[in-house]
Every structure is written in structure tokens, then in C-alpha cells.
Design a protein around this ligand. Structure first.
Ligand code: OXT
Ligand code: ADP
Ligand code: MG
Length: 586
């Protein structure tokens, strides 16, 4: 060393002796950030408390919930809205299990989501020696999600996160589980080696171009149709191919039916919408093109009386074209004559090229017959909506929501319940894509507040959550979360004192109320007030309208307890037929 060199300081010496290190906590955060993840939905505790603090310090938005299922639902719908995997973070065993329902639901709905859970020590768990929150979480998660991974070494975090992201968003999107044992978080590695181990995923959801012969087959079948119909599902909404889908519908002139979460892909007021003639078009159509929708229970499995069959297994005679990214979806329930496997954007673009500019419009008799049914139903609906009964019923309350959404088409509508769901779906028109979020493929209760929080956080628009009083109870405590983050969410509880109705009685005459009945006249609005939000008790459409307008204007967390006639609902709403009842007389 030359004499002219300055003396090393104490910290220089330390840095040379101990090269800069990073650890599991930071590597997970860095890997998420590197891949464009901006938000984590979760609930802190052992072993991930510090992770949540460090993530916030590193600039990620960390939204803490009161129950993991709601955090999981938030992550799932964030995935649906953004095409990036929504991240849910939970503690070991019980926290993990609380989040698992949401993961399974995300997978069922084809929403991309990653449940990252801390877990206990592998060597103790595997010998079943009774660790704190012991559970073989990877094994439990595996059958309920699309893919499940565990990372044991900090150097593998980059690969683990990359695999989880790819699995969630590529092909058919779905739920992925990532198991991070407690010990991993504190493992240290050289900072440079750690940085090099991270992977920025290139093209996480590659386009899947359909085969040209499959496109030709689909076009030929479509051209042969006398009574064609397009059904749009939530896969079409997810695909964000809004312009192409609209062109396909408009260039062909084919009537379309939106599934619930595809409402608004084209405005519900579009002249080609056949939503108000559903029970006419399904059995009458001869060629049906399915775009991102499965022939599951919601479409009566493509057969049976809904489709003009003689009994529930009988095929109605329709020919099907199905556009889906999953080849295995084809023939799941009935024969698919023209499978078109690929991503919706690519498939619809390929069809548009083949369709050109002078595709013949469907026969006028078909369009005329649909218009006639549709106009009749719409006129009948208008008549019902114009009534103002006392007490308020679903129609008079939802007529207000309908107007509010019309005036605020960017607002996101979250919806759950039975009657509260079914009436909202048919009464409240949607005008823009991905603005209606609901119970999805499982008809699950409990998505309400998780979806609302995520919609407000990633959508940046006011959220209106129309909730049955039972449905609201599944995630109601999250109104504290809504207030804590000051989110522009207006919850409307359609309160009819119970599950479906509030009128059942205990046949024994005993002191317990009937299983479907709640506390009469409950004041859900007080729950919101408890956390500093705005609570409103509304017994008339005018009061409901005032409160909703105010909520949209102020963007303040608001809960409106909308009192509905307790006799107004029907058993299970529109799906009464799925509810077995005993034939045995008492
Ligand atoms: O053509 P026809 O004549 O048939 O008419 C149709 C359309 O043409 C017409 N229409 C229109 N007319 C005029 N104008 C317009 N714009 C228009 N648009 C449409 O209207 C009709 C109906 O149209 P639709 O809806 O398109 O057609 P249809 O035949 O209904 O469609 C069939 C389906 C299957 C596609 C549709 O019904 C559907 O999507 N259904 C989803 C049903 C669903 O998922 N329900 C939720 C589950 S129910 C039950 O399970 C509940 N639970 C149990 C439970 C659950 N789920 N989860 C968990 C974790 N635990 C337990 C519970 C506890 S619901 C529930 C709570 C219920 O109580 P709440 O208090 O919350 O709610 P309330 O009931 O309000 O009290
Ligand atoms: P709905 O409940 O609205 O009928 P489903 O959830 O049953 O809709 O169906 C959605 C379908 O969309 C799934 O079969 C899924 O594989 C498919 N899908 C999702 N994303 C895409 C995409 N980008 N391209 C093609 N198909 C997709
Ligand atoms: Mg109810």
C-alpha cells in the first residue's frame, strides 16, 4: 500500500470483510417488483409480519385485511381486472386455510392469483412433531389450484416467483400456491448473487394463435347458420380484446348473450344484445359461438330444456363453435363442431380477417323474432320498475342503482346474494367492460368486500357493492378496511331480514327463529359508522338515490341499509330448481 493512500475507515473495513448481503425477505420483494407487481393483499403475523413492513418500505402497496379469505378474493379479482397475478399473503396453517377458499375459487373462475403463504419448519412438519401452526400446506393446496411450488433456498426465490407468475397467467389463467417456509425469509446470500438469481419473466402469457384450418372450419359453420347466436363469457372480458369482440359482433350482425361478468363488454343497451330474450334464443339458435364461456351449469350444460331438448340430458340440436384457450374444454358437455383453440384476441382477429367487410347479416326473421321477445320483456320490466311500492322491493331499489350506474358508467359494480344478485343482473345495465364483478362460477357468497377493496385499489374508480344481507355478512367486517384506506366504496345492503326472505317461521313454535331468518330490522349502516364511514338508513327509493348520489360525489366509504320487503324474495332466486326439497309431508 503506498503511503499516499488515505486510511481506510471502519465502515470500509467492514464492507470489505463482509460483502453486502441480502436475504429471503428482500429477494421475494425484489422479485415481485421486478415483475411489475405493485400491490399485495394480505394479513400479517408469524412468519410474514416483517415481510409486510419491508414490502411497504420498498414501495409496494400492502393492503391489510381482517380475514384472509377477503384478502384472497381481493387478489383474485385484481388478477381478473389487470391480467397480472393478484398476490395474497397469509400466515401458516389457519391463515393459509382461510386464504385457500379464495385460491380455489380463483382457480375455478380462471382468475390469475398467487397465494403466498409462510409455513412452519419443514423438518418438524414432516416428522409431525407439533410445530407452531404445523401443516403440510403444499400437499393441501395442490389439488385445489393450478400449480403449487415450495422454495427452500433463498437462491431459488427468483425461479419460484417466475414459475408462479407463469403458471398463474399463461394458458387458462388460475390460482397458484407458493409455499415459503419461515426459515427462508432470514436466509442471507451475497447481494450480487441474489440480484442475478432473480428472473424478469419475458412474455408471461404468450399469445396462442389458432390454427388456420380451425378458423376456416369455424367461419364455414358460422356462414351456414340461419339462427346464429354469440355467447360472451368472463373469459372474453378477461382477454381485454374489447375492440375486436365488438367488431366481430357488429360486422356479423349476430345477436349476442352476455354471461353475467361479460355484461358491458358491449353496452347492455346495444341493439344486438339478446339478454332480454335469453329463454327464447337458447333453444331457437342453430349455431352458437361460445367466446370465453364454458358450457357448465350456468349454460345448462349445453343441453336439456333450456336448449330445446326434451329432457335434461337431451341435446337441443345446436352446433357449437367454441373459442377457448384450453383445448380440454372442448366436448366437455356436448359435441363442439368447430373448436377454436387460442387466446381470444388472436382467435377473434383471425375470424375478423376471414369475415371481411361484406359478411351476410343473419336472416331478418331471426332478428325480428328476437326483437319482438326482447321488446316485450323490456316493456314488462319498465312497467315493474315504474312502480313505487311500500315497503321498497328489489325492483324499486334496483331502479335507483340502474340510474346511478347509467350516470356513472365507469363505476365498478360488485354484486352478491340470491335475489339481490339475480335481480341486479337483469335490472342494472352495464356500459363498459369488466365493470360487473360477482359470485362467478361457484355462486359463492363472501366475495363482496374483498372484490370491492381490490376494485377500488386497482380500478381507481368508485365501487358500488349491491349485497344481499346474508351475502354481506360473509365479509362485512372489511368495512373497517374500506374506512382505513378511505376507499370510494358505496355498499348497498338490500336488507330483507334473511337468506332469500325474512318470513320463514320455526315450525315447532320454539324460541329459535327459522334457519333462514336474521335479526329483524338490523341496522347495517351502524357498522360503517363505527369506523368513521357514512351510514344511511334508506326506506324509500328517494332516500336511496340521495344517499348513493352523495356517496359517488364525496367518494367517502358509505353503507346504505336499504330496507326491502321481507316477503319479496324467492327461494334461491332464479335457481330454485337446483334446490332439492323434501316431498315427505309432515
Ligand atoms: O328470457 P326469460 O323470460 O327467462 O327472462 C330472463 C331474461 O330474458 C330477462 N332479462 C331482461 N328482461 C328485461 N330487461 C332486461 N334488460 C333483461 N335482462 C334479462 O330476465 C330473465 C332472467 O335473465 P337471466 O338472469 O339472464 O337468465 P336466467 O335464466 O336467470 O339465467 C340463468 C343463470 C343460471 C345464468 C342465472 O340465473 C345466473 O347467473 N345465476 C347465478 C345464480 C347464483 O350463482 N346464485 C348465487 C348462489 S344462491 C345460494 O347458493 C346462496 N347461498 C348459499 C351459500 C353460497 N352460495 N355460498 C356460500 C359460501 N355459502 C352459502 C346463500 C347463503 S345465496 C345465499 C344468500 C342469499 O341471501 P341474501 O340475503 O344474500 O340475498 P337475498 O336472496 O336477496 O335475500
Ligand atoms: P362464464 O362464467 O362467464 O360463462 P367461464 O368462467 O365459464 O365464463 O369461462 C371462461 C373461459 O374463458 C374458460 O374456459 C377459460 O379457459 C377461457 N379463457 C380465459 N381467458 C382466456 C383467453 N385470454 N383466451 C381464450 N380463452 C380464455
Ligand atoms: Mg336477504
Amino acid at each position: 500500500m503506498g503511503t499516499s493512500e488515505p486510511l481506510a475507515t471502519a465502515s470500509d473495513v467492514q464492507q470489505h470483510a463482509q460483502p453486502q448481503a441480502t436475504d429471503g425477505f428482500h429477494l421475494v420483494i425484489d422479485a415481485l417488483k421486478l415483475n411489475g407487481i405493485e400491490t399485495i393483499f394480505g394479513l400479517p403475523g408469524i412468519p410474514i409480519t416483517d415481510f409486510t413492513r419491508l414490502a411497504q418500505a420498498a414501495g409496494l402497496r400492502v393492503i391489510s385485511f381482517r380475514h384472509e379469505q377477503n384478502a384472497g378474493n381481493a387478489a383474485a379479482i385484481a388478477g381478473f381486472l389487470t391480467q397480472k397475478p393478484g398476490i395474497c399473503l397469509t400466515v401458516s396453517a389457519p391463515g393459509f386455510l382461510n386464504g385457500l377458499t379464495a385460491l380455489a375459487n380463483a382457480n375455478t373462475n380462471c382468475f390469475p392469483m398467487i397465494l403466498i403463504s409462510g409455513s412452519s419448519e419443514r423438518e418438524i412438519v414432516d416428522l409431525q412433531q407439533g410445530d407452531y401452526e404445523e401443516m403440510d400446506q403444499l400437499a393441501v393446496a395442490k389439488p385445489l389450484c393450478k400449480a403449487a411450488f415450495r422454495v427452500l433456498h433463498a437462491e431459488d426465490i427468483g425461479v419460484g416467483i417466475a414459475r408462479a407468475i407463469r403458471a398463474a397467467v399463461s394458458g387458462r389463467p388460475g390460482g397458484v400456491y407458493l409455499d415459503l417456509p419461515a426459515k427462508l425469509f432470514a436466509q442471507t446470500v451475497d447481494a450480487e448473487a441474489g440480484r442475478k438469481s432473480l428472473i424478469k419473466v419475458v412474455d408471461p402469457a404468450p399469445r396462442q394463435i389458432p390454427a388456420p384450418d380451425a378458423v376456416q372450419r369455424a367461419l364455414a359453420l358460422l356462414k351456414s347458420a340461419r339462427r346464429p347466436l354469440i355467447v360472451l363469457g368472463k373469459g372474453a372480458a378477461y382477454a381485454q380484446a374489447d375492440t375486436e369482440i365488438r367488431s366481430l359482433v357488429e360486422k356479423t350482425g349476430i345477436p349476442y348473450l352476455p354471461m353475467s361478468m361479460a355484461k358491458g363488454l358491449l353496452p347492455d343497451t346495444h341493439e344486438q344484445s339478446a339478454a332480454a330474450a335469453r329463454s327464447y334464443v337458447l333453444p331457437e339458435a342453430d349455431v352458437v359461438m361460445l367466446v370465453g364461456t364454458r358450457l357448465n351449469w350456468l349454460l345448462s350444460h349445453g343441453k336439456g330444456k333450456t336448449w330445446g331438448g326434451k329432457d335434461h340430458k337431451d341435446w337441443g340440436g345446436q352446433k357449437f363453435i367454441q373459442i377457448d384457450i384450453s383445448p380440454q374444454e372442448m366436448d366437455s358437455n356436448v359435441r363442439i363442431d368447430a373448436p377454436l383453440v387460442g387466446d381470444i384476441g388472436s382467435c377473434v382477429s383471425a375470424l375478423l380477417t376471414g369475415i371481411g367487410s361484406n359478411w351476410p347479416k343473419p336472416p331478418a326473421e331471426w332478428l325480428g323474432a328476437i326483437s319482438e321477445r326482447k321488446n316485450k320483456n323490456i316493456a314488462k320490466m319498465a312497467e315493474t320498475l315504474a312502480k313505487n311500492p311500500t315497503p321498497m322491493n328489489f325492483h324499486s331499489a334496483l331502479n335507483v342503482v340502474r340510474d346511478i350506474i347509467k350516470a356513472n358508467p365507469d363505476a365498478i359494480l360488485v354484486n352478491e346474494g340470491a335475489n339481490a344478485l339475480d335481480y341486479t343482473r337483469s335490472i342494472v345495465d352495464m356500459y363498459k367492460p369488466r365493470k360487473r364483478l360477482d359470485v362467478g362460477t361457484w355462486g359463492v357468497m363472501g366475495i363482496g368486500m374483498g372484490f370491492s377493496v381490490a376494485a377500488a385499489v386497482v380500478g381507481g374508480q368508485p365501487v358500488i357493492a349491491v349485497e344481499g344481507d346474508s351475502a354481506f355478512g360473509f365479509s362485512g367486517m372489511e368495512v373497517e378496511t374500506i374506512c382505513r384506506y378511505n376507499l370510494p366504496v358505496c355498499v348497498v345492503v338490500l336488507n330483507n331480514n334473511g337468506v332469500y326472505r325474512g318470513t320463514d317461521v320455526n315450525p315447532t313454535g320454539g324460541p329459535d327463529v327459522a334457519p333462514t331468518v336474521f335479526v329483524k330490522g338490523a341496522r347495517y349502516d351502524k357498522l360503517m359508522e363505527a369506523f368513521g364511514g357514512v351510514g344511511v338508513h334508506a326506506t324509500t327509493p328517494a332516500e336511496l338515490r340521495r344517499a348513493m348520489e352523495q356517496a359517488i360525489r364525496s367518494r367517502k366509504p358509505t353503507l346504505i341499509n336499504a330496507v326491502i320487503d321481507e316477503a319479496a324474495g324467492t327461494e334461491s332466486g332464479r335457481i330454485t330448481s337446483l334446490n332439492p326439497t323434501s316431498g315427505k309431508k309432515k
